[in-house]
Design a protein around this ligand. Structure first.
Ligand SMILES: NC(=O)c1ccc[n+]([C@@H]2O[C@H](COP(=O)([O-])OP(=O)(O)OC[C@H]3O[C@@H](n4cnc5c(N)ncnc54)[C@H](OP(=O)(O)O)[C@@H]3O)[C@@H](O)[C@H]2O)c1
Length: 277
Protein backbone atom coordinates (compact mmCIF):
# COMPACT_ATOMS: atom_id res chain seq x y z
CA UNK A 1 0.00 0.00 0.00
CA UNK A 2 1.48 3.38 -0.96
CA UNK A 3 1.26 6.62 1.02
CA UNK A 4 -1.62 7.97 -1.07
CA UNK A 5 -3.68 4.83 -0.35
CA UNK A 6 -2.86 5.06 3.35
CA UNK A 7 -3.99 8.71 3.44
CA UNK A 8 -7.28 7.76 1.78
CA UNK A 9 -8.12 5.26 4.53
CA UNK A 10 -9.84 7.98 6.55
CA UNK A 11 -11.64 9.52 3.63
CA UNK A 12 -15.35 8.86 4.31
CA UNK A 13 -16.62 10.78 1.29
CA UNK A 14 -20.08 9.58 0.28
CA UNK A 15 -20.37 7.05 3.13
CA UNK A 16 -23.79 7.05 4.75
CA UNK A 17 -23.48 6.73 8.53
CA UNK A 18 -26.25 6.67 11.13
CA UNK A 19 -25.54 7.61 14.72
CA UNK A 20 -28.14 6.73 17.34
CA UNK A 21 -28.11 9.09 20.32
CA UNK A 22 -26.27 11.39 17.94
CA UNK A 23 -27.51 14.50 19.73
CA UNK A 24 -25.57 13.46 22.84
CA UNK A 25 -22.09 14.56 23.80
CA UNK A 26 -20.04 11.60 22.56
CA UNK A 27 -22.26 10.70 19.57
CA UNK A 28 -22.33 14.38 18.54
CA UNK A 29 -18.55 14.63 18.59
CA UNK A 30 -18.19 11.48 16.49
CA UNK A 31 -20.80 12.92 14.07
CA UNK A 32 -18.76 16.13 13.62
CA UNK A 33 -15.57 14.17 12.95
CA UNK A 34 -17.30 12.03 10.33
CA UNK A 35 -18.91 15.00 8.56
CA UNK A 36 -15.45 16.59 8.61
CA UNK A 37 -14.09 13.51 6.82
CA UNK A 38 -16.74 13.84 4.09
CA UNK A 39 -19.41 11.40 5.33
CA UNK A 40 -23.16 11.81 4.96
CA UNK A 41 -24.23 11.54 8.57
CA UNK A 42 -27.69 10.92 9.97
CA UNK A 43 -28.05 11.98 13.56
CA UNK A 44 -30.88 10.01 15.09
CA UNK A 45 -32.16 10.84 18.55
CA UNK A 46 -35.38 10.79 20.50
CA UNK A 47 -34.87 14.53 21.08
CA UNK A 48 -33.57 15.75 17.68
CA UNK A 49 -33.69 19.44 18.65
CA UNK A 50 -30.74 18.80 20.99
CA UNK A 51 -28.62 18.30 17.87
CA UNK A 52 -29.36 21.81 16.57
CA UNK A 53 -26.24 23.02 18.37
CA UNK A 54 -24.18 20.86 15.98
CA UNK A 55 -25.61 22.30 12.75
CA UNK A 56 -23.41 25.39 12.92
CA UNK A 57 -20.32 23.20 13.18
CA UNK A 58 -21.46 21.05 10.25
CA UNK A 59 -21.80 24.07 7.95
CA UNK A 60 -18.05 24.53 7.73
CA UNK A 61 -17.34 20.83 7.12
CA UNK A 62 -17.24 18.98 3.81
CA UNK A 63 -19.82 16.19 4.38
CA UNK A 64 -23.56 16.48 4.91
CA UNK A 65 -25.75 15.86 7.94
CA UNK A 66 -29.44 15.40 8.59
CA UNK A 67 -31.20 15.07 11.92
CA UNK A 68 -34.04 12.58 12.26
CA UNK A 69 -36.28 11.40 15.05
CA UNK A 70 -35.78 7.82 16.19
CA UNK A 71 -36.14 5.98 19.47
CA UNK A 72 -33.80 2.99 19.72
CA UNK A 73 -36.48 1.08 21.62
CA UNK A 74 -39.28 1.64 19.10
CA UNK A 75 -38.99 -0.40 15.92
CA UNK A 76 -41.50 1.69 13.97
CA UNK A 77 -39.45 4.86 14.54
CA UNK A 78 -36.27 3.04 13.43
CA UNK A 79 -38.06 1.92 10.27
CA UNK A 80 -39.13 5.49 9.62
CA UNK A 81 -35.59 6.74 10.24
CA UNK A 82 -34.19 4.13 7.80
CA UNK A 83 -36.61 5.40 5.13
CA UNK A 84 -35.43 8.97 5.66
CA UNK A 85 -31.76 7.95 5.43
CA UNK A 86 -32.36 6.03 2.21
CA UNK A 87 -34.29 8.97 0.74
CA UNK A 88 -31.47 11.37 1.57
CA UNK A 89 -28.36 9.27 1.00
CA UNK A 90 -29.48 6.16 -0.91
CA UNK A 91 -27.75 3.55 1.27
CA UNK A 92 -26.57 2.72 4.79
CA UNK A 93 -22.85 2.00 5.20
CA UNK A 94 -22.23 2.34 8.92
CA UNK A 95 -24.14 2.43 12.18
CA UNK A 96 -22.82 3.92 15.40
CA UNK A 97 -24.87 2.81 18.40
CA UNK A 98 -24.27 5.75 20.72
CA UNK A 99 -27.61 5.95 22.55
CA UNK A 100 -27.18 4.73 26.10
CA UNK A 101 -26.87 5.79 29.68
CA UNK A 102 -27.60 5.14 33.32
CA UNK A 103 -30.49 6.14 35.61
CA UNK A 104 -30.23 7.64 39.13
CA UNK A 105 -32.93 5.22 40.41
CA UNK A 106 -30.76 2.28 39.25
CA UNK A 107 -27.77 3.61 41.22
CA UNK A 108 -27.05 2.71 44.85
CA UNK A 109 -26.26 5.39 47.45
CA UNK A 110 -25.84 5.33 51.26
CA UNK A 111 -29.60 5.78 51.63
CA UNK A 112 -30.80 3.99 48.52
CA UNK A 113 -29.77 0.38 48.92
CA UNK A 114 -29.24 -2.31 46.30
CA UNK A 115 -32.17 -4.24 47.81
CA UNK A 116 -34.55 -1.39 47.00
CA UNK A 117 -33.40 -0.46 43.49
CA UNK A 118 -36.43 0.35 41.45
CA UNK A 119 -37.38 -2.41 38.99
CA UNK A 120 -38.53 0.00 36.32
CA UNK A 121 -35.27 1.94 36.50
CA UNK A 122 -33.27 -1.31 36.25
CA UNK A 123 -35.25 -2.35 33.19
CA UNK A 124 -34.84 1.12 31.69
CA UNK A 125 -31.04 0.78 31.90
CA UNK A 126 -30.97 -2.79 30.52
CA UNK A 127 -33.26 -1.83 27.68
CA UNK A 128 -31.65 1.45 26.70
CA UNK A 129 -28.12 0.05 26.57
CA UNK A 130 -28.55 -3.54 25.41
CA UNK A 131 -31.86 -3.73 23.57
CA UNK A 132 -31.17 -0.19 22.34
CA UNK A 133 -28.04 -1.55 20.62
CA UNK A 134 -29.65 -4.75 19.35
CA UNK A 135 -32.78 -3.24 17.74
CA UNK A 136 -30.94 -0.65 15.58
CA UNK A 137 -28.40 -3.36 14.63
CA UNK A 138 -31.30 -5.51 13.40
CA UNK A 139 -32.96 -2.66 11.54
CA UNK A 140 -29.91 -1.09 9.87
CA UNK A 141 -27.78 -4.26 9.79
CA UNK A 142 -30.34 -5.82 7.45
CA UNK A 143 -29.48 -3.26 4.76
CA UNK A 144 -25.79 -4.08 5.26
CA UNK A 145 -26.53 -7.78 4.84
CA UNK A 146 -28.39 -7.04 1.60
CA UNK A 147 -25.49 -5.02 0.20
CA UNK A 148 -22.86 -7.48 1.56
CA UNK A 149 -20.91 -4.79 3.33
CA UNK A 150 -21.21 -2.55 6.32
CA UNK A 151 -19.78 -1.54 9.63
CA UNK A 152 -21.29 -1.32 13.11
CA UNK A 153 -19.63 0.47 16.02
CA UNK A 154 -21.08 -0.04 19.49
CA UNK A 155 -20.31 1.90 22.64
CA UNK A 156 -19.48 -0.25 25.62
CA UNK A 157 -17.80 1.00 28.79
CA UNK A 158 -15.08 0.38 31.38
CA UNK A 159 -17.62 -1.33 33.58
CA UNK A 160 -18.01 -4.09 30.99
CA UNK A 161 -14.51 -5.36 31.90
CA UNK A 162 -14.94 -5.04 35.68
CA UNK A 163 -18.16 -3.70 37.20
CA UNK A 164 -18.05 -0.28 38.82
CA UNK A 165 -19.53 0.24 42.27
CA UNK A 166 -23.06 1.71 42.53
CA UNK A 167 -24.21 0.93 38.97
CA UNK A 168 -25.12 -2.79 38.76
CA UNK A 169 -27.58 -2.55 35.86
CA UNK A 170 -25.41 -0.23 33.78
CA UNK A 171 -22.41 -2.54 34.34
CA UNK A 172 -24.34 -5.67 33.40
CA UNK A 173 -25.93 -3.97 30.39
CA UNK A 174 -22.57 -2.77 29.03
CA UNK A 175 -21.06 -6.23 29.59
CA UNK A 176 -23.98 -7.37 27.43
CA UNK A 177 -23.06 -4.80 24.77
CA UNK A 178 -19.46 -6.11 24.63
CA UNK A 179 -20.70 -9.69 24.44
CA UNK A 180 -23.24 -8.80 21.73
CA UNK A 181 -20.48 -7.03 19.76
CA UNK A 182 -18.53 -10.29 19.58
CA UNK A 183 -21.64 -12.31 18.80
CA UNK A 184 -22.80 -10.06 15.98
CA UNK A 185 -19.29 -9.80 14.49
CA UNK A 186 -19.16 -13.59 14.13
CA UNK A 187 -22.75 -13.85 12.91
CA UNK A 188 -22.41 -11.17 10.22
CA UNK A 189 -19.09 -12.50 8.94
CA UNK A 190 -20.22 -16.12 8.81
CA UNK A 191 -23.85 -15.75 7.73
CA UNK A 192 -23.71 -12.69 5.46
CA UNK A 193 -20.35 -11.23 4.52
CA UNK A 194 -16.84 -10.94 5.95
CA UNK A 195 -17.13 -7.33 4.77
CA UNK A 196 -19.58 -6.54 7.56
CA UNK A 197 -17.57 -5.74 10.66
CA UNK A 198 -18.78 -5.10 14.20
CA UNK A 199 -16.62 -3.55 16.92
CA UNK A 200 -17.00 -1.45 20.02
CA UNK A 201 -15.16 1.25 21.87
CA UNK A 202 -15.14 1.25 25.65
CA UNK A 203 -14.72 4.84 26.83
CA UNK A 204 -13.31 5.49 30.27
CA UNK A 205 -14.75 8.50 32.04
CA UNK A 206 -16.05 11.48 30.13
CA UNK A 207 -18.17 14.13 31.80
CA UNK A 208 -21.57 14.09 30.04
CA UNK A 209 -25.27 14.38 30.89
CA UNK A 210 -25.63 10.73 31.84
CA UNK A 211 -22.90 10.66 34.54
CA UNK A 212 -22.67 14.29 35.68
CA UNK A 213 -24.71 13.46 38.81
CA UNK A 214 -22.14 10.82 39.82
CA UNK A 215 -18.92 12.67 39.01
CA UNK A 216 -19.64 16.26 40.05
CA UNK A 217 -21.42 17.99 42.92
CA UNK A 218 -24.71 19.54 41.76
CA UNK A 219 -24.20 22.68 43.86
CA UNK A 220 -20.49 23.41 43.47
CA UNK A 221 -19.55 21.62 40.23
CA UNK A 222 -16.51 20.20 42.10
CA UNK A 223 -15.55 16.54 41.57
CA UNK A 224 -17.31 14.14 43.93
CA UNK A 225 -15.31 11.59 45.94
CA UNK A 226 -16.09 9.13 43.14
CA UNK A 227 -14.85 11.60 40.53
CA UNK A 228 -11.59 12.07 42.44
CA UNK A 229 -11.14 8.31 42.85
CA UNK A 230 -11.56 7.82 39.10
CA UNK A 231 -8.83 10.34 38.34
CA UNK A 232 -6.53 8.71 40.94
CA UNK A 233 -7.07 5.39 39.14
CA UNK A 234 -6.46 6.82 35.68
CA UNK A 235 -2.71 6.75 35.03
CA UNK A 236 -3.05 9.67 32.60
CA UNK A 237 -4.55 11.67 35.48
CA UNK A 238 -7.60 13.25 33.85
CA UNK A 239 -11.12 12.65 32.59
CA UNK A 240 -11.53 11.94 28.90
CA UNK A 241 -12.32 14.63 26.39
CA UNK A 242 -14.89 13.60 23.72
CA UNK A 243 -12.23 14.30 21.08
CA UNK A 244 -10.12 11.52 22.62
CA UNK A 245 -12.55 9.00 21.09
CA UNK A 246 -12.25 10.16 17.54
CA UNK A 247 -9.09 8.40 16.36
CA UNK A 248 -10.29 4.99 17.49
CA UNK A 249 -13.85 5.54 16.21
CA UNK A 250 -12.63 6.61 12.75
CA UNK A 251 -10.16 3.74 12.67
CA UNK A 252 -12.82 1.13 13.46
CA UNK A 253 -15.30 2.62 10.96
CA UNK A 254 -12.73 2.87 8.16
CA UNK A 255 -10.90 0.39 5.93
CA UNK A 256 -7.82 1.10 8.10
CA UNK A 257 -9.17 -1.64 10.39
CA UNK A 258 -10.22 -3.97 7.57
CA UNK A 259 -9.17 -7.18 9.42
CA UNK A 260 -10.56 -6.13 12.80
CA UNK A 261 -13.93 -7.40 13.96
CA UNK A 262 -15.43 -8.41 17.30
CA UNK A 263 -13.10 -6.23 19.37
CA UNK A 264 -13.79 -3.83 22.23
CA UNK A 265 -11.18 -1.07 22.35
CA UNK A 266 -10.67 0.72 25.69
CA UNK A 267 -10.17 4.49 25.46
CA UNK A 268 -9.56 5.18 29.10
CA UNK A 269 -6.24 6.87 29.82
CA UNK A 270 -4.97 3.53 31.18
CA UNK A 271 -7.78 2.98 33.74
CA UNK A 272 -8.34 -0.66 32.76
CA UNK A 273 -4.59 -1.42 32.82
CA UNK A 274 -4.01 -0.08 36.33
CA UNK A 275 -4.22 -2.48 39.27
CA UNK A 276 -4.24 0.40 41.76
CA UNK A 277 -0.69 -0.32 42.97
N1 LIG B 1 -19.77 9.64 29.29
C1 LIG B 1 -19.02 8.62 29.63
O1 LIG B 1 -18.11 8.72 30.46
C2 LIG B 1 -19.26 7.29 29.00
C3 LIG B 1 -18.38 6.25 29.33
C4 LIG B 1 -18.59 5.01 28.75
C5 LIG B 1 -19.63 4.81 27.87
N2 LIG B 1 -20.48 5.85 27.58
C6 LIG B 1 -21.56 5.57 26.63
O2 LIG B 1 -21.42 6.43 25.52
C7 LIG B 1 -22.70 6.59 24.89
C8 LIG B 1 -22.99 8.08 24.70
O3 LIG B 1 -23.18 8.65 25.99
P1 LIG B 1 -22.90 10.18 26.34
O4 LIG B 1 -21.96 10.15 27.48
O5 LIG B 1 -22.57 10.97 25.12
O6 LIG B 1 -24.30 10.55 26.94
P2 LIG B 1 -25.42 11.58 26.45
O7 LIG B 1 -24.80 12.90 26.17
O8 LIG B 1 -26.50 11.47 27.45
O9 LIG B 1 -25.88 10.95 25.04
C9 LIG B 1 -26.79 9.91 24.91
C10 LIG B 1 -27.82 10.30 23.88
O10 LIG B 1 -28.71 9.20 23.68
C11 LIG B 1 -30.03 9.71 23.63
N3 LIG B 1 -31.03 8.71 23.95
C12 LIG B 1 -31.42 8.27 25.18
N4 LIG B 1 -32.40 7.37 25.06
C13 LIG B 1 -32.64 7.23 23.73
C14 LIG B 1 -33.54 6.44 22.98
N5 LIG B 1 -34.41 5.60 23.57
N6 LIG B 1 -33.52 6.55 21.63
C15 LIG B 1 -32.66 7.39 21.01
N7 LIG B 1 -31.78 8.19 21.68
C16 LIG B 1 -31.77 8.09 23.02
C17 LIG B 1 -30.00 10.81 24.67
O11 LIG B 1 -31.14 11.63 24.55
P3 LIG B 1 -31.82 12.27 25.89
O12 LIG B 1 -30.91 13.40 26.27
O13 LIG B 1 -33.17 12.68 25.40
O14 LIG B 1 -31.87 11.16 26.93
C18 LIG B 1 -28.69 11.49 24.35
O15 LIG B 1 -28.84 12.43 23.30
C19 LIG B 1 -23.70 5.87 25.81
O16 LIG B 1 -23.91 4.56 25.34
C20 LIG B 1 -22.96 5.80 27.13
O17 LIG B 1 -23.43 4.76 27.93
C21 LIG B 1 -20.32 7.08 28.12
Amino acid sequence: MNLEEIKKLYDFEGKSIIITGGAGILGGEIACALVGCGANVTIMDREPSLADRLMERFETLCGRAIIVYGDVLKRDTLQQAAKQVLQSFGRIDCLVNAAGGNHPRATTTHDYLFFNLDEEALLFVFDLNLLGTILPSQMFGKYMAEQNEGNILNISSMNAFRPLTKVPAYSAAKAGVSNFTQWLAVHMAQEYSPNIRVNAIAPGFFLTQQNRFLLTDKETGELTERGKKIIEHTPMGRLGDPEDLLGAALWLLSPASSFVTGTVVPIDGGFSAFSGV
